[in-house]
Design a binder for this molecule. Structure first.
Ligand code: BDR
Ligand code: CA
Length: 313
């Protein structure tokens, strides 16, 4: 089968970096048409820089990286340096990237690509706030019906929130954008905290990365070390959750995940629960399903896949 064409929309972030590496290491499964940076974990100037750092680390300087929106649709940007560090990729010492940033805007790249490629052949993979995707849908409604699928990291139900008591970071930062995407009618696969909190790094796994003896292994181990310290101290968990690679792992091996087709709406008005993914897990509303909302993960299979693919780089 031909590799699936994807656009990665991202705000790196160490876990975004793992996701990008996994995608770039999997050419038989995925063709990365481009990477769109969005403001999120850190401001846009850093997320576009970080996207290029990750491509260079993977030895893929030809991958096209675009800068997108620098602020949410209607709100002030909220960032997460307290998780990812000042640069978003804190941990290892990293050189500034030298590969170019593409001249156009990420939103136009998304629109042009969806118009150019055959209908239903391009999957969008958002790993950060949904600002770029929603802006593209608002600017060019004709592209909505051309998207094959959106597989995204965002939201939570049983795990409630990580940035407020009820909201997950990516949805909370731009709830209006999330609402547009969840109401778009595009087939959605959602990786909420319910599943990503099961993708926990372990000391053994991180040391395995380091012992690969490669630059990718060393840098990835340093990222994982830095990234896990936040969750270990906050939740008392054994490691840090690799949220965003769940999106890419699903595209490579969907059998690693199980979930339910349910209705998910986004709260955009309440001060108390802003950005909550109101997930009708028990089917009590009668509202039509709009998402495959994941809940369980084969964690061993997930980490085996990640190890095998990172070892190729
Ligand atoms: C999400 O927020 C970001 O901090 C991570 O990169 C991930 O995309 C988890 O809530
Ligand atoms: Ca992210």
């Amino acid at each position: 089968m031909a590799p699936r064409k994807i656009i990665i929309d991202t705000d790196p972030g160490q876990d975004d970096a793992f996701a990008i590496l996994l995608a770039l290491a999997s050419p038989e499964d995925l063709e990365v048409l481009g990477i769109c940076a969005v403001a999120g974990n850190v401001p846009l100037a850093l997320t576009q820089r970080n996207s290029r750092i990750v491509c260079e680390l993977a030895g893929r300087r030809e991958v096209r990286v675009f800068a997108g929106c620098e602020a949410p649709l209607k709100r002030k940007l909220v960032t997460a340096e307290y998780v990812h560090g000042k640069t978003g990729l804190d941990g290892p010492v990293l050189a500034e990237p030298t590969m170019p940033l593409q001249p156009g805007h990420a939103v136009d790249f998304i629109i042009d690509t969806l118009r150019r490629e055959p209908v239903g052949t391009v999957t969008l993979c958002p790993l950060g706030p949904l600002t770029n995707i929603a802006t593209a849908f608002l600017k060019a409604p004709d592209i909505v019906g051309r998207v094959q699928e959106i597989v995204l990291m965002g939201g939570a139900y049983f795990e409630v929130g990580n940035v407020t008591p009820t909201a997950e970071f990516n949805i909370y930062v731009d709830p209006e954008a999330a609402e547009i995407v969840f109401k778009s009618g595009v087939p959605l696969v959602v990786m909420p905290l319910d599943v990503t909190h099961k993708a926990l790094t372990s000391r053994r796994w991180i040391e395995g990365l380091r012992s690969m003896g490669t630059e990718v292994g060393r840098v990835a181990a340093d990222w994982a070390d830095f990234f896990e310290r936040f969750d270990v101290s906050k939740y008392g968990s054994d490691g840090g959750p690799l949220h965003d690679p769940c999106v890419i792992a699903y595209l490579i091996n969907p059998d690693l995940f199980t979930g339910r087709r349910i209705n998910v709406e986004i709260e955009t008005r309440s001060e108390l629960t802003l950005g909550m993914t109101v997930a009708d897990w028990w089917g009590v509303t009668g509202r039509p399903a709009n998402a495959l909302f994941m809940g369980a993960l084969d964690a061993r299979g997930f980490f085996d896949l990640l190890t095998e693919r990172l070892a190729r780089l």
